[in-house]
Design a protein around this ligand. Sequence first.
Ligand code: B12
Length: 208
Amino acid sequence: MEEMLLLIRDAITAGDEDAAKKLVGEALKAGLEPRNIMERAMMPAMEDIGERFSRNEAFIPELIVAAAAMQEGMQLLKPLLTAGEKGSGKVVLGTVYGDIHSIGKNLVRMCMEGAGFEVIDLGEDLKTEVFVEAYKEYSPDILGLSALLSSTMQRMKEVIDAVRVIDPSALIMVGGAPVTSDYAIEIGASGYASNAFEAAMNAKELIV
Ligand code: B12
């Protein structure tokens, strides 16, 4: 089992989409839990490649192929993660302006759907006005903002302030690698989570 997780991790870091898909399929057949595969093989792979990138040992093309291999593996987990109960509430989700990182946000969507939320995924690189318009249009129970860059995470405060003008009690959750719970409190967010599974749990707690 441990070896299988290591192979998945290596396939993703190497950006081998076919191997990633095949190995995730095999791991599921062997009875490994989707959450285990995600937390112990796929996410560590992205951390590895990110660290190598920081040390100038990996470059953008490697990040791109690793991300593609990760998405390929996620496709197999999606039906399992999203096959949950229904009727928890409505979530509007998106990545803030200037930020095109989508993997974490997509994972949050899957886990929230698995927890029974209807999720409207607005996509990535969204201007503050897009969040405000979507909030008016969908009246979600929760608005979720994702940011992966220390430069773009500051946009989250801008979105929170703009949405609170139209709804002072709006429930807004924030997340993404550079975001901390202290930062979430500082910018006035209603909730935070460091991973997608926790995001779904915290979302449920927020709306009870
Ligand atoms: C893959 C990747 C890319 C891919 C993205 C592909 C895609 N479709 O997403 C590409 C190649 C496009 C990319 C580009 C860039 N990247 Co990049 N990238 C990464 C990498 C390696 C992995 C990110 C990832 O997918 N992680 C896996 C997911 C599962 O984790 P996650 O995103 O953190 O999400 C989890 C939680 O944070 C949380 N969460 C996320 N969102 C939300 C939202 C809510 C509401 C909640 C509650 C929770 C939550 O739940 C998620 C699931 O568990 C990271 C390194 C790293 N360790 O993060 C660098 C990293 C984020 N990138 C970085 C940089 C610098 C860039 C570039 C500027 C590089 C460049 N010079 O062009 C560009 C910027 C592009 C842009 N404008 O956005 C830096 C950021 C440094 C910083 N602090 O600002 C990092 C940290 C790499 C590094 N170590 O230097 N990148």
